[in-house]
Design a protein around this ligand. Structure first.
Ligand SMILES: Cc1ncc(COP(=O)(O)O)c(C=O)c1O
Ligand SMILES: [Zn+2]
Length: 409
């Protein structure tokens, strides 16, 4: 309704809205949606939002879908922002919060991006959508396509958690498991899409998933009485969540909803796949492909991200940082969120805990600062990762009977 045009995030070339676009045809970088925010600000106020539906479509005017009946919704967004008092006090903090994205449809924040991308695909008359996926994006794409009556083609690494593969199949997706990483799956989509008539909905290779993800930023502001936190800790793979929130902050400032103060953006990755952390440390604007990427946090197993410079720009502009944690630490982090707050976090969400602990130790985050951790998904889809950690910790003598001697007949 209020979209002005699309704009290349790198060379700023403009593109007409309401046409099918993937990346910039000049430079190959992601396109972003630009709105007529001055006009929107005239009638959309913070107060108008109060009475609205409790999902991400409450921010309808700053989302790209024009016609109401093209909206495909399963109730995504408007997730709780919990004051994590127990986890906070274990870390010596008073104002620690967890934005719990595991309660989204398909149990992860990927629902936000796919709800908007699939709705837009329907509006643009597309019929077959294809994407590589580390797991959660595939599940979300499959679900929204099922609801929209569109076909989905999903390419996943063979070692993707089983739950992700099964949920795609149950939702009627065409699933292909590949030897290799998400980048290899992405290359397969790119190679076949023209011949097959697929629209490529890979992360940041179409303009609308990031629009869905940016609602994380709108919600965070609205749920924090329009004062953003001091620090955001976010597990980063392709980076749409971080890039989306950063875009939302600028939009909200232009709408007159927040001031110019920004949170320090902390990007967390796994030591086995940390291209953004490496590039950040080296002072580079683009990240080089991370060799032999490996981590149980499958959403973080992204060795090369097309939006690398957008992630790195946001981290630097916000005076944030990028930090890597080991697989052992991130699974332990997820367990700690479970034990202290009752949230079964994904390993990606768990990664925020050891990252924050390190930053507190180094004095990069102060104990009295307001910090928000993002639990991007549910641990329920990663049973093997938790199981493996249990087995490693259990001494042999205890492995024989899970029930223990007293319960044996
Ligand atoms: C649970 C989870 N957390 C984090 C990520 C990384 O997200 P992004 O691509 O927005 O950096 C993913 C991506 O697959 C994910 O599934
Ligand atoms: Zn460009």
């Amino acid at each position: 309704m209020h979209v002005k045009n699309l704009e290349c995030s790198f060379c700023h070339r403009e593109y007409e809205a309401r046409r099918v676009h993937n990346v910039c045809t000049e430079c190959g970088k992601p396109l972003l949606v630009r709105y007529d925010l001055k006009r929107i600000a005239k009638f959309l106020t913070r107060q108008t939002l109060y009475a609205r539906r409790s999902d991400l479509w409450r921010y309808r005017e700053v989302l790209p879908v024009r016609r109401e009946d093209n909206i495909i919704s399963l109730g995504e967004g408007w997730t709780p922002l919990h004051h994590a008092k127990n986890l906070g006090s274990a870390l010596g903090m008073t104002a620690l919060y967890v934005k719990d994205e595991s309660v989204n449809p398909t149990q992860s924040f990927k629902a936000r991006g796919m709800a908007v991308a699939v709705s837009m695909a329907r509006e643009l008359g597309l019929k077959k959508l294809a994407a590589p996926s580390a797991g959660n994006a595939g599940g979300a794409l499959a679900a929204y396509c099922a609801r929209a009556g569109l076909e989905s083609y999903i390419f996943m690494p063979r070692d993707t958690p089983r739950a992700n593969v099964i949920e795609c199949e149950v939702a009627g997706a065409h699933v292909t498991l590949m030897d290799g990483l998400i980048t290899d799956c992405g290359a397969e989509v790119a190679r076949r899409k023209d011949a097959e008539g697929w629209f490529d909905v890979s992360t940041l290779k179409e303009p609308y998933r990031v629009e869905g993800k940016k609602t994380l930023g709108y919600e965070l502001a609205e749920q924090s009485a329009w004062t953003l936190p001091d620090v955001i800790v976010y597990p980063t793979g392709g980076g749409t969540g971080l890039v989306g929130m950063w875009k939302a902050f600028d939009e909200m400032q232009e709408l007159g909803w927040i001031d110019s103060k920004r949170p320090r953006m902390v990007s967390v990755q796994a030591e086995g796949c940390a291209p953004i952390v490496r590039a950040f440390e080296k002072g580079e604007r683009f990240a080089t492909e991370f060799p032999n990427a490996a981590t149980v946090a499958s959403g973080l197993r992204v060795p090369k991200a097309i939006g690398d410079f957008l992630i790195l720009d946001a981290i630097r502009e916000s005076e944030g940082t990028a930090i890597a944690v080991t697989d052992e630490e991130l699974v332990a982090g997820a367990r700690e969120i479970g034990r202290r707050e009752g949230i079964f976090a994904s390993p990606e969400g768990g990664a925020c805990v050891p990252a924050l602990r390190k930053l507190l130790e180094k004095g990069r985050v102060k104990a009295d600062e307001r910090v928000v951790l993002f639990n991007t998904g549910s641990g329920i889809k990663y049973l093997d990762a938790f199981d493996a950690a249990v087995k490693e910790r259990t001494p042999r003598s205890q492995k024989k009977s899970a029930l223990g001697p007293a319960l044996r007949p």
